[in-house]
Design a protein around this ligand. Structure first.
Ligand SMILES: [Fe+2]
Ligand SMILES: [Fe+2]
Ligand SMILES: [Fe+2]
Length: 484
């Protein structure tokens, strides 16, 4: 006898209802933990992470993000929120002063927050990751042999090409230490919780594969020896770079794409229908990491001196040789033998998605390095554009702000270029951890679209105007008219 699902009418909860999602998102944001802060860093408190929740009511997540919009404000906000929801599954404790943070601890793991997050999460996942379905299509008749040959080719090609765009950007930066720190900060979001997303696939009952995956997790956790746990080794790298070592100290300085990559692995690990996709993704990650870690170790020595502790990177050059091989021989090949070649498209999809997201993150990082380096040049573009606004040749929409000393604008991005103009007072325009450009009265700067920035006021009061200029290059060209 067949049992059809019992339908309650009306449904107790309609998870497809956008308005329900929206209301839950706004309510999720109504927590002390997520409000704006007056400090750039979060000091040893893994529960506090600003989400700019006052903006939630203005954001539209009803249609999935397109690839060209991946670095918009909507995306940054969705990524910050989604990572917070994912990490409510993990045990996070501060290094010290737990008692003072106990209220935050209870709030972070509260039933209220978890329940709201459960409604919000699938919407944000759909919003952020649906573009991958369009970007990547898996075609052709694949077999276990052709898959093996394809993956082998990939590993060989990495061995041949020694270039790494992110490392080149750091070494070519006018402020190499800052660029290197910005890079370490991006890694920290993931590496201080290293293998937590992987741990999501450890529980259950799925035969020898489970034990093989467990071996990789044990390696990541240093066989229970805390000093050799990968996240402990990464703390030493952070210390070598002069950075704080507690999770999410630099929450405000994560780029959208870094959050996206971190969320991607959590997404695959959390949704067990994507288990085979996860295998493809970690094969890609473990194999790529062998080579990028060698480059990262060289970069760290070049920037911070030969003496710095880069065991994290050198250890990965070694261990990820094994992990890459283990993922293929002990996970992917046996999975194909047991579960059939029908799982190949999912494995390939994970492999290609992880590669694409890695490339996007690399480009975003390089663009942020240039953006920080170019700030003086972008400041020099202010006078000609502002003159056109004053003369009426350009008529962009504008918003004026009056802020007191110490007022901090939490880092964010804009979806088009903006011109910041200081009417009175002094602003420190911030483009990264401990990096800013001073803007005095009468001065200003072009804020490029998608580039992370924040600000802090350094006078009794500051009045400034933000002009939404769209594309600054068009504003500079003589052909520009009243089109704005
Ligand atoms: Fe590792
Ligand atoms: Fe590994
Ligand atoms: Fe801004």
């Amino acid at each position: 006898m067949k049992h059809s699902p019992v339908k309650s009418s009306p449904p107790a909860i309609d998870l497809e209802d956008y308005n329900l999602f929206r209301r839950c998102l706004i309510q999720y944001g109504e927590s002390e933990l997520f409000t704006d802060t007056e400090e750039w860093l979060s000091h040893d408190n893994p529960y506090r992470r600003t989400l700019r929740p006052h903006v939630f009511k203005h954001l539209d997540y009803s249609r999935p993000l397109r690839r060209e919009d991946l670095l918009t404000y909507n995306s940054l906000s969705a990524n910050r929120t989604l990572l917070t929801i994912y990490e409510q599954d993990f045990v996070l404790l501060p290094d010290r002063d737990f008692e003072a943070k106990q209220t935050d601890f209870k709030e972070f793991y509260s039933n209220r927050s978890i329940a709201l997050g459960a409604v919000v999460r699938p919407w944000l996942e759909r919003y952020l990751f649906s573009f991958l379905d369009k970007e990547i299509s898996i075609t052709g008749g694949w077999t276990a042999d052709t898959l093996k040959a394809y993956f082998q080719d990939f590993a060989d090609s990495l061995r041949r090409s020694a270039s790494n765009k992110a490392m080149e950007a750091i070494l070519a930066s006018s402020n190499r230490e800052h660029a290197a720190r910005t890079f370490l900060i991006q890694l920290a979001g993931d590496f201080l919780l290293e293998a937590s997303a992987m741990g999501r696939n450890i529980l259950g009952h799925y035969g020898p594969l489970q034990s093989e995956l467990f071996k990789i997790v044990i390696d990541e956790y240093g066989y229970g020896v805390h000093e050799t746990k990968h996240s402990t080794l990464f703390r030493k790298v952070l210390s070598a770079g002069g950075l704080a070592q507690t999770p999410h100290a630099y929450w405000q300085f994560y780029l959208t794409s870094s959050l996206l990559v971190n969320n991607y692995y959590n997404w695959l690990g959390r949704d067990h229908t994507k288990f085979f996709r996860y295998l493809g993704a970690i094969f890609q990650a473990e194999t790529t990491f062998i080579h990028s870690c060698a480059r990262m170790a060289e970069m760290m020595r070049a920037v911070f001196g030969r003496e710095v502790d880069v065991r994290y990177f050198t250890e990965h050059v070694h261990i990820d040789h094994h992990h890459s091989r283990m993922v293929f021989e002990k996970l992917i090949a046996p999975a194909l033998a047991t579960h059939g070649e029908g799982i190949i498209p999912e494995i390939l999809r994970g492999f290609e998605e992880a590669a694409l997201l890695g490339q996007l993150a690399e480009q975003d990082f390089c663009d942020q390095v240039s953006w920080s380096d170019d700030n003086q040049a972008l400041k020099a573009l202010h006078p000609p554009i502002h003159a056109k606004i004053l003369s009426g040749e350009l008529q962009p929409s504008r918003q004026q702000f009056i802020e007191p000393r110490g007022e901090l604008s939490v880092t964010h991005v804009h979806d088009g270029d903006e011109l910041c103009h200081i009417n009175s007072g002094v602003m420190h325009f911030v483009t990264g951890h401990e990096r800013h450009t001073v803007l005095n009265a009468g001065e200003g700067i072009v804020i490029r679209r998608n580039r992370l920035h924040g600000a802090i006021i350094d006078s009794e009061q500051c009045t400034y105007t933000i002009h939404s200029i769209g594309d600054h290059r068009k504003c500079l060209s003589s052909a520009s008219t009243h089109a704005l």
